[in-house]
Design a protein around this ligand. Structure first.
Ligand SMILES: [Fe+2]
Length: 365
């Protein structure tokens, strides 16, 4: 070790002589705290963090085994390495200590050489573990940033192909975020959304119409109403999008929960609660929650946005239609749960009014 007491140790022992010896041996290299009982150690650890714990087994009151059990039950304290101090004759106790999660043990009577060697070794490992943990969280954050950038690029690709959908993607993603937050807040047993699933739904919302890049310009950009045949062609954007994501899943293996949620949304956001949607005519609970969320975001934004062939509806008019289609198009329980959330859609729609245009430079001469 560097000799600087920047790392801390809690020594727990009912024997005052042992505590004093541990302090003498370790204090030149570490900041050493002492607790004369298991109870005092637990009280100390409620308020303070340490890098390593030296724990006597035999103590009146809360003994070493009971202390380590409590430490391992606490997510904050569980990772702190614990070294047991055990009596020479208690070999079976060493086994118990290791089984309970101690990283090592030191036999009593303690000597400076053994204590320092063992503590230094485990402190080095602990410092290494913490560095690794920091590195992993930094890399995970970088990966997430990269994923978000790629998503934005892909969303931009859809927007470039489909005039005016840049704002649509931004707004629908914001609506999906509000819906997911509201579902998590309500905590209804029918709608179990883990933080990861919720995050994946919000991110994947950006990709819901990615399959439109495979639809021909003459249909996708046609001003005015589509014929039945053309509409059938547009409907294929769900299956085209799913195929694109299937290719990515095939490349990456089955590991990416994000891509699976993206696929759910892409393929199911036009399904209807009564089974009259497309492409698979799924009904009720057959429709993934992610698809039901996206359907609400998508329709609300379509209704409240201006299109070449129609004007923008007000929030109230759009909500009348959504409530009117509850039980046919939309999941009734979900719509009921979102009653307090819908007014916040209006705020987003108002604040994003100018985000509805095509990306800059689109079709510039
Ligand atoms: Fe769509």
């Amino acid at each position: 070790m560097s000799g600087k007491p920047s790392y801390s140790i809690l020594a727990v022992d009912d024997d005052a002589t042992n505590l004093r010896m541990l302090h003498e041996i370790l204090s030149p290299s570490y900041k050493v705290y002492a607790a004369p009982s298991g109870e005092r150690a637990m009280r100390f650890l409620e308020k303070r963090d340490v890098d390593l714990i030296l724990l006597d087994v035999e103590m009146p009151g809360l003994n070493g085994y009971e202390v380590i059990k409590r430490l391992k039950e606490d997510p904050r304290l569980a990772p702190v390495p614990v070294l047991f101090l055990t009596a020479q004759e208690g070999r079976d106790k060493e086994e118990t200590a290791l089984r309970l999660g101690a990283v090592d043990y030191i036999l009593k009577p303690i000597t400076a050489g053994v204590v320092l060697a063992r503590v230094n070794l485990h402190m080095e490992l602990e410092i290494y573990r913490k560095r690794l943990e920091t590195l992993v969280s930094q890399k995970t954050a970088q990966l997430s940033d990269t994923q978000n950038s790629i998503l934005d690029i892909l969303a931009g690709v859809t927007a470039w192909r489909d005039s005016g959908t840049g704002g649509h993607i931004t707004r629908t993603t914001a609506y999906s975020r509000l819906i997911v937050e509201s579902i998590i807040e309500h905590g209804h047993p029918k709608y179990v959304i883990s933080p990861l699933y919720g995050d994946n739904i919000v991110k994947s919302s950006k990709l819901h119409d990615i399959g439109k890049v495979a639809i021909s310009d003459s249909i996708l950009l046609k001003p005015g109403r589509l014929t039945g045949e053309e509409f059938d062609e547009i409907k294929k954007h769900t299956t085209f999008g799913a195929q694109m994501i299937d290719d990515a899943i095939a490349d990456l293996g089955d590991e990416s929960s994000f891509l699976h949620v993206s696929r759910e949304i892409v393929i199911s956001h036009h399904e209807w609660w009564n089974g009259s949607g497309y492409p698979m005519a799924l009904a009720e609970d057959e429709i993934p929650i992610s698809g039901r969320v996206m359907a609400i975001s998508d329709i609300y934004d379509s209704l409240t946005s201006e299109r070449p062939y129609k004007g923008a509806m007000s929030h109230d008019e759009a909500m009348d239609i959504i409530y009117g289609e509850t039980g046919t198009h939309f999941d009734p329980l979900l719509i009921e749960m979102l009653q307090d959330t819908f007014p916040r859609f209006e705020e987003i729609a108002a604040s994003q009014q100018n985000a509805g245009g095509a990306p800059r430079g689109k079709r510039s001469p």
